[in-house]
Ligand binder design. Structure first.
Ligand SMILES: Nc1ncnc2c1ncn2[C@@H]1O[C@H](COP(=O)(O)OP(=O)(O)OP(=O)(O)O)[C@@H](O)[C@H]1O
Ligand SMILES: [Mg+2]
Length: 356
């Protein structure tokens, strides 16, 4: 999937800007604060409905503007040509695809998969489990679209159980909800497990050339409850403790997965650079996994690669991109040394964008 045209209006520093990248490697070069990351953020918003920056869901509208709009023209090998529009105004999303208003953002996420790696990606390795669940669930969504509906039902059931806990309701009131929650949790667990199992060979392969110094990698996954007893039994046995806390402590909302490397005994021993390189392994594996499972590469955005990684790693990554039928957007504050005559170069300035 390529973005042939991206048009942003009132997004952060941009009042209005058109960006027409090429199908391969695109460099966005400019001084600090000119809006390079904002362009990557615009693409990410289309594919996730939130930003990768801190405060994810808060709207990054331009100061003084009531909201922002992102418009994109996509060219997919398998999915064909689509026009997407996403507007955020008064804390509400409005989405359009090919001239038709959408009820949910899901068709946008499906049509426009974007994988981003940047300073925030460190939290995928060193941050809370929620970051890793989001990574996994976004991948799951691209092969199991109904996962969004399953999650919606899970959240509804969870809210219901939490209010029963806080209201100190009778045990009999919990049973139907806990039964439904256990069924939904099993489906989420199965989808996540299958997704991680199919992702694992890609993680192993990308780690073997990007971080060979860390040794062999294995994926570990915790579903968020004791599989042997089953979630329904565990929710029942945990009820007294859950009443004390006022919320449900077991379930897929407490799941986690992580990568274990044979030469690193615990993740606290990773340097920040090593953790970043591992986050990049995850991003590249996800890109290849999506290509295999959806028939198309996503757009890959790499924000400020040279300040995130040492030169050796950064050079390897740029070489990895070259020659793949994959659109990538890379940002840098100065013209990159890694030469590829086919790469497109754009200068981002406070006044806008120009092609070199
Ligand atoms: N809501 C907003 N309204 C107006 N301007 C904003 C808003 N949010 C951020 N900005 C400005 O937008 C500009 C673009 O920020 P962005 O992070 O995209 O720059 P960048 O080119 O990636 O910089 P760096 O090289 O430092 O990473 C910055 O100058 C920032 O101050
Ligand atoms: Mg930036």
């Amino acid at each position: 999937m390529n973005i042939a045209l991206l048009r942003v209006s009132n997004l952060r520093c941009f009042e209005s800007l058109d960006f027409a990248p090429g199908p391969g490697v695109n460099w966005l070069v400019g001084a600090n604060g000119t809006g390079k990351t904002t362009l990557l953020e615009a693409a990410y918003l289309l594919s996730h409905g939130r930003s990768f920056r801190a405060g994810g869901r808060s709207a990054p509208a331009r100061h003084g503007a009531p909201g922002f709009t992102i418009y994109a023209e996509l060219q997919g090998r398998r999915r064909g040509v689509h026009r997407l529009g996403l507007t955020r105004r008064e804390d509400r999303w409005q989405a359009r695809m090919d001239g038709v208003d959408l009820v949910t953002l899901a068709p946008l996420f499906e049509a426009c998969p974007v994988v981003c790696f940047g300073p925030e990606s460190l939290s995928l390795i060193l941050g809370p489990a929620e970051e890793r669940r989001n990574f996994l669930d976004w991948s799951v969504f691209h092969v199991e679209h109904e996962s969004l509906e399953i999650w919606r039902r899970w959240r509804r059931g969870l809210r219901q159980r939490n209010s029963l806990l806080r209201a100190n309701a009778a045990d009999s009131m919990f049973e139907p909800w806990e039964h439904d929650l256990a069924v939904l949790a099993e489906r989420i667990h199965r989808m996540r497990g299958e997704c991680l199992a199919s992702l694992e060979p890609f993680l192993v392969e990308e780690a073997s050339w990007l971080v060979p110094e860390l040794g062999h990698v294995q994926v570990a996954y915790r579903p968020g409850w004791n599989e042997a007893s089953g979630l329904a039994a565990e929710l029942a046995s945990q009820r007294r403790r859950d009443r004390e806390h006022g919320y449900t402590q077991r379930g897929p909302h407490r799941a986690d997965w992580m990568l274990h490397f044979s030469r690193i005994s615990q993740r606290e021993h990773l340097s920040r650079g090593q953790a970043k390189a591992i986050a990049l392994v995850c991003a590249l594996a996800q890109v290849r996994w999506l290509e295999k499972h959806t028939g198309e590469y996503p757009l890959l955005c790499l924000d400020d690669l040279s300040s995130e990684l040492d030169e050796d790693h950064a050079t390897k990554v740029v070489a990895w991109l070259t020659g793949k039928p994959l659109q990538s957007w890379l940002t840098a504050t100065s013209r990159p040394r890694q030469g590829d005559s086919r790469a497109q170069m754009f200068h981002v300035e406070h006044v806008g964008l120009s092609q070199a």
